[in-house]
Design a protein around this ligand. Structure first.
Ligand code: UD1
Length: 376
């Protein structure tokens, strides 16, 4: 029997962990597992609603660390997670993605000589101003199993000197969750109908990167470009708490009224909503004309759904979404954002294909490898 602690902390972790837990549940005689939530994200709309949508079990242990500076948050997670490891004696810790919780739990476990598996290893933006890049590098250099989503990630790891026997190209767990829930999201009460827009006649947007939202001139420029796009097609913007806080501080929030205030059909403008749950956002995404984002996971989800995606970042750790998928990098330059959106509105959008092994079975492969079974 292998005893595993699975770790989640922030919104983009939940849909990555759900398929792993599901696959572990199928091997009760081989794997015993506990779920630890660090509490990095704690608002209902950023956390609990995802557990419900994804049918995930409630965490066995909640570290309740909450927000803080990077050092504070990372340190609090490490102190609390160390207690859990000392009490539970796991054989393996599984971490996903690239958030502070991922790195903090990896360092803590390794210093106790516990083996660690990183799901979504090897992604690199080469941008050291991104906290996630630092988290990815620190995590990968320490881990014992590196589960990758594509061959670029394998190459990155090999170039950094990671032995080949630690690297396993298994596919994409985020896409496991997407494929599992896509029909359910299609069949549900359409979330966009309540917002006064019609299918295919709106853009959906997410934005929360510190590089975009923490800087007044950058955010003001982006909002200028978005305003011009929104004159042609309404933009629905479920707002991350960090972004709401910054927009308020820069006195820009008034440019994006809550969609409930529209009270009827909507034809132009940027309309804000609270953060949406997993299924509601999937429903919004799959029925949109295109997506504007600075998220990592959305670049992958739009690639699989075939929805054009404009990524408002200077670089991506997920280049396969550009080479294979529907993703176009537009940076935070207002001219580029506007030009790319205009192309889509004039019918010039990129057609993509689904990358290898993004087939809904990555979680199964990962768990087979952890259980020491033949997995290919
Ligand atoms: C984190 C991840 C980022 C991921 C994002 C998804 C890191 C370094 N970053 O960024 O990679 O894309 O989650 O959402 O781990 N807040 C709330 N309620 C919450 C959580 C956060 O109000 O439930 C607010 C707080 O003011 C907090 C701020 O958002 O200080 C930032 O939260 P934090 O977890 O530090 O980083 P994110 O920006 O959410």
């Amino acid at each position: 029997m292998i005893k595993v602690i699975n770790v989640v902390g922030a919104r983009p972790n939940f849909m990555k962990m759900a398929p792993i837990i599901e696959a572990m549940n199928l091997k009760p005689d081989r794997i015993e597992h506990l779920l630890v939530h660090t509490g990095q994200h704690y608002d209902r709309k950023m956390s609990k609603s995802f557990f419900e949508d994804l049918g995930m079990p409630q965490p066995d242990i909640d570290l309740g660390v909450g927000s803080g500076s990077h050092a504070e948050q990372t340190a609090r997670i490490m102190v609390e997670f160390e207690k859990v490891c000392l009490r539970e004696h796991p054989d393996l810790v599984v971490v996903v993605g690239d958030v502070n919780s991922t790195m903090a739990c990896t360092i803590t476990a390794k210093k106790l000589n516990i083996r660690v598996a990183h799901v979504e290893a090897g992604l690199r933006s080469r941008d050291m101003t991104m906290p996630e890049e630092i988290n990815r590098l620190c995590t990968d250099v320490l881990c014992d199993y590196l589960f990758t989503t594509d061959r670029y990630a394998d190459e990155n790891l090999k170039n950094e000197g990671v032995p080949e026997e630690k690297i396993f190209f298994v596919g994409n767990v985020m896409i496991d969750s997407l494929l599992k829930h896509v029909e359910q999201a299609r069949g549900m009460d359409d979330v966009w109908k309540k917002m006064g827009v019609t299918r295919g006649n709106y853009a959906a947007m997410t934005m929360h990167r510190p590089g975009n939202v923490d800087n007044r001139p950058v955010l003001t420029d982006i909002m200028g470009a978005l305003g011009k796009i929104a004159a042609e097609i309404p933009i629905i913007f479920p707002m991350h708490p960090r972004t709401r806080k910054m927009l308020q501080e820069f006195d820009l929030l008034r440019l994006m009224p809550p969609v409930e205030e529209a009270k009827g059909p909507v034809s132009a403008g940027i309309w804000s909503t609270e953060p949406l749950g997993y299924l509601d956002f999937l429903n919004l995404n799959m029925n949109s004309r295109f997506i504007l984002t600075d998220s990592g996971g959305l670049q992958e989800e739009t690639t699989v759904l075939g929805i054009p995606c404009l990524t408002m970042r200077p670089n991506t750790e997920r280049p396969i979404t550009v080479t294979f998928g529907t993703n176009i990098m537009v940076g935070n330059d207002p001219e580029r954002i506007l030009a790319a959106a205009t192309d889509i509105l004039r019918g010039k959008s990129k057609k993509g294909e689904v990358p290898p092994l993004w087939d809904g079975r990555a979680g199964e492969r990962i768990v087979a490898i952890i259980a020491g079974e033949d997995w290919r």
